[in-house]
Design a protein around this ligand. Structure first.
Ligand code: NI
Ligand code: MN
Length: 230
């Protein structure tokens, strides 16, 4: 499987048979290099309703006749905008043609920002993380979340090859909590995400990886646009 980091919490996963994009926030993202119009994929996975995760999901799904896989209310909200949606609930998984996707617990919030100055988020249920099994590999994308003890259970019950964990602080776990999350999850490789996109979430990702190393855990900072094969 090939994993390409497109910035923030957005990754492109190329399995043997299909291409998936996760949390495709490209338009309006000050550090993204890829353009939504250029993305080719079969599935769009969205962890929750915040605009820095929904991003270009509908446009990309429509361009590619791709299916959006998301928590129930997010999938419903986006399918009303003309995309194909596959809803999942927390703890629920489904076997797709490329492999399995299960929603994991994320402690965060989920709402789409108001389109008028009057305010009023469109609230979109509970946020989630993703457990993706494809090509014999298990990938965990934590979405936006606080450190939770549920991660211990996830690590006990799954042999996670790669974990993508938010380290930005302010809206999600910061580096200290994310390092504990990695200890709980025991992944073969941890990739930091959700940092340095805008000022409130500036972090030293290399320092985070050094912290992981001091605890016997492998981490790797991916440059924007960098691809690794796992
Ligand atoms: Ni969020
Ligand atoms: Mn976010």
């Amino acid at each position: 499987m090939k994993i390409t980091y497109l910035s923030h919490s957005c990754f492109l996963l190329e399995t043997a048979s299909h291409t998936l994009i996760i949390d495709p926030f490209l338009t309006g993202n000050p550090v993204a290099q890829a353009k939504a119009a250029d993305i080719r994929c079969d599935y769009v996975l969205v962890t929750h309703g915040h605009s820095d995760h929904v991003g270009d999901a509908v446009e990309i799904a429509k361009n590619n006749d791709a299916t959006i896989i998301a928590p129930y209310e997010v999938a419903d909200f986006l399918s009303r905008q003309g995309a194909k949606g596959h809803p999942l609930g927390l703890g629920g998984g489904f076997n797709f043609p490329f492999g399995r996707v299960k929603l994991t617990i994320a402690f965060h919030s989920s709402g789409y920002p108001p389109e008028t100055e009057k305010g009023g988020f469109v609230y979109l249920g509970v946020p989630a993380g993703l457990l993706i099994e494809a090509d014999g590999k298990t990938i965990h994308h934590a979405g936006d979340t606080a450190l939770t003890v549920e991660m211990q259970l996830l690590g006990q019950r799954n042999k996670i090859d790669v974990a993508m964990l938010p380290i930005g602080d302010n809206f999600t776990m910061g580096p200290e909590d994310a390092a504990v999350a990695a200890e709980f999850l025991k992944p073969g490789l941890t990739i930091p995400m959700h940092y340095n996109t805008f000022g409130l979430i500036n972090q030293d990702a290399a320092a985070f990886v050094r912290t992981l190393a001091s605890r016997g855990l492998a981490g790797r900072v991916l440059e924007i646009g960098e691809t690794i094969t796992v």
